[in-house]
Design a protein around this ligand. Structure first.
Ligand SMILES: N[C@H](CCC[C@H](N)C(=O)O)C(=O)O
Length: 286
């Protein structure tokens, strides 16, 4: 049971190649995912990348699992890590290739021998039906709407780049705000499929700063899909230009926003370890 662990700005993932897990087909169970990702009882990570899988639409298929066992439609850091894994394993001949995720097909470009990777993440949409946001409401762009959580009313924008995001611009942000309000917003009934949450501080027209509470993962040091969604919201609000540096506790990601809100995301990947999981790992249920 081989695993390969990488991090992207401190947002770490474990890559499991289905060919090494013949008894786990078609995918790991929720219990297997939870214990592998557990920081004490398992290897520990912000998620599992299950691939390469066959794909009719792209050269490779990928499934992404959060530490709580839920499946994500897309992961920006996960896609950069998976692209680096394919490069490291010599499963790709050229530095540019396509990957299919449940949230759409993307194109990756390897740079600096895999230390830096650009991913064409697809288009951001603010459409309530696509995100989705409170399906009872009228179909609309979710821009500057109100959400009351615990003791505070927030003005937010919602977006999808395959996975859902709730972006909250604030004058000041902190890890404490993310920990205090993130969980309640993640699971708010306003979001039928839950949501990732970004607290956004706009520094200037080329730089934004995020504190992130991820759906199914909690507080993370960086997020590629969050960077894409938050930069797109800031641009939609007229607060930033098309090239934005996203500053997060784990580091920075470069985002280029197209006229149609298509996103090019560029960031680093670091290899952490590779090894073998022992069967006793699965004796514990977490
Ligand atoms: N927790 C997210 C998936 C991982 C996103 C993040 N790690 C990234 O880099 O985009 C979700 O359930 O949509």
């Amino acid at each position: 049971m081989r695993y390969h662990k990488y991090h992207a700005l401190g947002n770490d993932y474990i890559v499991l190649d289905p060919r090494d897990f013949p008894s786990w087909q078609p995918a790991p169970t929720i219990d297997q995912i939870r214990v592998v990702c557990h920081r004490n009882f398992g290897v520990g990570s912000d998620g599992i990348l299950w691939g390469p899988l066959p794909s009719k639409q792209s050269e490779f298929g990928l499934r992404i699992f959060n530490p709580d066992g839920s499946e994500a439609e897309k992961s920006g850091n996960g896609l950069r890590i998976f692209s680096r894994f394919l490069w490291d394993q010599k499963l790709v001949r050229a530095p540019a290739f396509t990957v299919e995720t449940p949230g759409g097909n993307v194109e990756s470009v390897i740079k600096e021998n895999g230390r830096l990777i650009t991913v064409a993440m697809g288009r951001v949409s603010f459409d309530s039906a696509k995100i989705p946001v409170n399906l009872a409401g009228a179909a609309r762009e979710v821009i500057n709407e109100k959400l009351t959580v615990l003791d505070r009313e927030f003005t937010y924008c919602a977006a999808t780049i395959g996975n859902p995001h709730c972006v909250i611009p604030l004058a000041e942000i902190s890890p404490e705000i993310a920990h205090r309000y993130g969980p309640a917003i993640e699971t708010h009934p306003n979001f039928p499929r839950k949501t990732n949450v970004q607290f956004l501080r706009v520094r200037d027209r080329q730089n934004i700063q995020l504190e992130i509470w991820e759906r199914g993962a909690g507080y993370t040091l960086a997020s590629g899909s969050s960077s894409s969604a938050a930069a797109a919201v800031a641009h939609r609000l007229g607060l930033v230009d098309r090239n934005v540096t996203v500053h997060m506790p784990g580091g920075t990601i470069g985002i280029e926003i197209g006229g149609d809100f298509s996103i090019m995301m560029t960031g680093t990947v670091n290899k952490v370890a590779e090894g073998t999981m022992h069967p006793e790992l699965f004796a514990v249920k977490v």
